[in-house]
Write a protein that binds this ligand. Sequence first.
Ligand code: NDP
Length: 366
Amino acid sequence: MVIAGASKTAYQWLKLLLYNKSVCIKFQVSFKVTTFTSRNFYIMSETRERIKCLIIGSGPAGYTAAIYAARADLHPVMYTGMEPGGQLTTTTEVDNFPGYPEGIDGPAMMIDLQKQAERFGTQVRIGMVTEVQFSKEQGGVHQVCVDNSTWVEAETVIISTGATAKYLGLPSEQRLRGGGVSACAVCDGFFYKNQEVAIVGGGDTAAEEATYLANICTKVTMLVRKDELRASKAMQHRVFNTKNLEVKFNSEVDEVLGEQVVEGLRIVNNKTGEKEEIKITGLFIAIGHKPNTEIFKGQLDMDSTGYLITSGKSTKTNIPGVFASGDVQDKEYRQAITAAGTGCMAALDAERYLATVESNEEVSTK
Ligand code: NDP
């Protein structure tokens, strides 16, 4: 719908549509004001789709939220993001998700999750959410822009945009991702049982994963670029007391060796410039994750590293009707199964929120 002009009638239309919520809901109308002055205004409006439950992101958290939301008749719509299926599509075999006794390929598992979500009526759409304007009101409508072009309205939003593992950025590392280079020891460590591996990083994640790998592998070499670990003292203690774990300080990866699969590493000492080669079959990168929260900055509460903050044991953010699940709000566990668990919680939280809003509306109209 387009309202153009500066007449009193046009202004009355605008006022009616802007302030009469029931009219807005009935016709699902929203507005984009391009120019508005006292002498002259021009209003472009477009019919914005109204979605009861909008899910952003298509990893295990997003799909699980979709399954629960669809079964609760919230008619969820999911926008998949740039990497449909999320981080699991970049992994090979998933062995630790309950219910798959023989393991399952990460991409195959995500296709199964999508099918399951669609079976109950979830609309899965390829699209990237590029901007949000969240309402701070209880029962308010959230505006969400997809692909920098289409705005939709959502009564509830479930954010499951995940986190992206950081990599070193070496061409040889990128080429061998999925061929022995991994960013998750808990997911992929088992494939290197009784083999020699290396891990890069000196934080808590690297320390925890190095000791985890040491339980499975014959030898673990931990490469730390500084001359000290950043990990907590307790974790450092564990690292230094693990027999088959060797820490090499001031050490960086110069190149990952191997054509199809990892066969070794060339390491450089960043103090002396000395290079050495070691034989390994698996390389784990544990140099941190970046939560995908850029578009929520200034609207949602985040910790100093950008992870969304949820309230207590719930998935509630600081904005009513906006919930966060999966790795975007969890820097500690980061597993497919824990992400799926919080996806379920987010859908239940959204369902309860909508029930409260609807019952309040009923009371206020009586
Ligand atoms: P951190 O940012 O804490 O550590 C990253 C590590 O990777 C640092 O040692 C850093 O080196 C190193 N690094 C970064 N970039 C490179 C690079 N290009 N090449 C080589 N090394 C690099 O990330 P974590 O994932 O370890 O931890 C994130 C947060 O989660 C922390 O707050 C941590 O305490 C917490 N956490 C807690 C756990 C627990 O309590 N059980 C378990 C896991 C994480 P440098 O020190 O030189 O910068």
